[in-house]
Design a binder for this molecule. Structure first.
Ligand SMILES: Nc1ncnc2c1ncn2[C@@H]1O[C@H](COP(=O)(O)OP(=O)(O)O)[C@@H](O)[C@H]1O
Ligand SMILES: [Mg+2]
Length: 328
C-alpha cells in the first residue's frame, strides 16, 4: 500500500495562502494521474529568510540582460506597420510552438500602452519579486513579462520618452530571464519610441514583421523594415497573417521581396485563433495538430538563426600596454 502514496515536498517562495493553494492544485493535477499513485502527501514549506536571500544572491549572479555578450538567447522583435494585424496573436502562438519543441522561451510584451500578453496567455497576476529581482510568471510553457501584470486593465499607461525607455530597461534588467533559448519581443505597431528603444537595448534582436496580405498594409510595414535595415538590425523574415481573407493576398511575399528577406509563413484567418486569444489559451496549446496550429508551428521552425553584424559595435578589446593589443 505504502508505495502507492506519493510524497512531494516543495519549498515555496511566498507564504501567502492563495498562492500556496494554487501551487497545491497544480501539483495535484500533475501527480494524481501518475500510474500507481493513490494518495498524495504534499508538504509546502515557505523558504526561510536566509534561504530566500541565498536564492536571490544566486539568481543575481547568473543574471544578465537577454542577448548580453556570451548569452545564447536568440531574440526576435515582432513588429508591424499598423495595429490589429495579429502581431500579438502570432507572437504568442510562435512562442508556444517553440516551447513545445523543448526550448526555453520567453515573451516580453513591449507594447506598453496596448499590452495584450496577459490576456493572450490567460495570466493576470503580479510577478513574484525576490529582493528586487522579478521572476517572470509562466503560462503554456512560456515565461512572460508585461506591464499589464502591474496595472489594472482599465488604468491607462501614459508613459512616454524617457519614462518609457526606463520602463523597458527595467523589464529587461530587473527580471530574471534565466538565459532563455528564444526571447520574443512583442512591439507596438509602427516605428515609434518603443521599437527604437528596443533596438538600442537589445542590439542582438532580429526584426520579424507581421503583415496582412493587403498591399496597403505592406507599404506601411516596409517602413519599420527599412528602419531596421538602416540601423543594421537583421530581418528575421515576414509572417503574413489572415491569409485567404477579405484582405486579399500576396502582401507577405511582396513585403519580403521589397526588404530582401524571407516569407516564413502564411497564417490563415481562423476563428479558433481569435477565440484562443480571447480565452487565454493560444491555439497552438489548445489544438496543436489543427491546420492553423500546424502552420504556426512550421513558421516557428522556419525562424532563422540571426546575429547582428559586429560592425559598428564596441567590442571588449583593451590595450594591455602601450602599442600592444591584447590577444590571448
Ligand atoms: N489569423 C487570424 N484569424 C482570426 N483572427 C485573428 C487572426 N490573427 C489575429 N486575429 C484577431 O485579430 C485581432 C487583432 O489581433 P492582435 O494579435 O491583437 O493584433 P496586433 O497585436 O497586431 O494589434 C484579435 O482579436 C485577434 O484575435
Ligand atoms: Mg498587439
Amino acid at each position: 500500500m505504502y508505495r502507492h502514496r506519493a510524497t512531494v515536498r516543495v519549498w515555496v517562495l511566498l507564504s501567502e495562502r492563495t498562492y500556496q493553494e494554487r501551487l497545491r492544485d497544480v501539483i495535484e493535477v500533475a501527480v494524481r494521474p501518475l500510474p500507481g499513485v493513490r494518495a498524495l502527501d504534499l508538504e509546502l514549506t515557505p523558504l526561510t529568510d536566509a534561504a530566500r536571500a541565498n536564492l536571490a544572491r544566486r539568481l543575481r549572479e547568473s543574471h544578465g540582460r537577454p542577448g548580453a555578450l556570451g548569452s545564447r538567447t536568440r531574440i526576435y522583435a515582432v513588429g508591424s506597420g499598423k495595429g490589429g494585424v495579429g502581431k500579438s496573436t502570432v507572437t504568442a502562438n510562435l512562442a508556444v510552438a517553440l516551447a513545445r519543441t523543448g526550448q526555453k522561451v520567453a515573451v516580453l510584451d513591449a507594447d506598453v500602452w496596448g499590452y495584450s500578453v496577459p490576456q493572450l496567455f490567460g495570466l493576470h497576476e503580479a510577478p513574484v519579486a525576490l529582493q528586487g529581482l522579478m521572476l517572470p510568471p509562466a503560462a503554456h510553457g512560456v515565461s512572460l513579462m508585461s506591464i499589464g501584470f502591474f496595472v489594472s486593465p482599465d488604468e491607462p499607461v501614459v508613459w512616454r520618452g524617457p519614462m518609457l525607455q526606463k520602463a523597458l530597461e527595467q523589464l529587461l534588467d530587473d527580471v530574471y530571464w534565466g538565459d532563455p533559448d528564444v526571447l520574443l519581443v512583442d512591439l507596438p505597431p509602427g516605428t515609434g519610441d518603443v521599437p527604437l528603444s528596443v533596438l538600442q537595448l537589445l542590439p542582438d534582436a532580429a526584426l520579424l514583421l507581421v503583415t496582412t496580405p493587403q498591399a496597403a498594409a505592406t507599404t506601411v510595414a516596409a517602413r519599420i523594415g527599412r528602419m531596421a535595415l538602416d540601423s543594421r538590425m537583421p530581418l528575421a523574415g515576414v509572417v503574413e497573417n489572415m491569409t485567404g481573407s477579405v484582405f486579399g493576398s500576396g502582401g507577405g511575399a511582396e513585403l519580403a521581396k521589397t526588404l530582401g528577406t524571407t516569407l516564413l509563413g502564411q497564417i490563415p484567418l481562423d476563428e479558433d485563433l481569435r477565440r484562443g486569444g480571447d480565452d487565454g489559451i493560444p491555439l497552438v496549446a489548445a489544438d496543436p495538430i489543427g491546420t492553423t496550429a500546424s502552420v504556426l508551428t512550421a513558421t516557428a521552425a522556419a525562424l532563422p538563426q540571426t546575429r547582428r553584424s559586429l560592425a559598428g559595435r564596441s567590442l571588449p578589446l583593451f590595450v594591455t600596454s602601450q602599442g600592444t593589443t591584447a590577444d590571448a
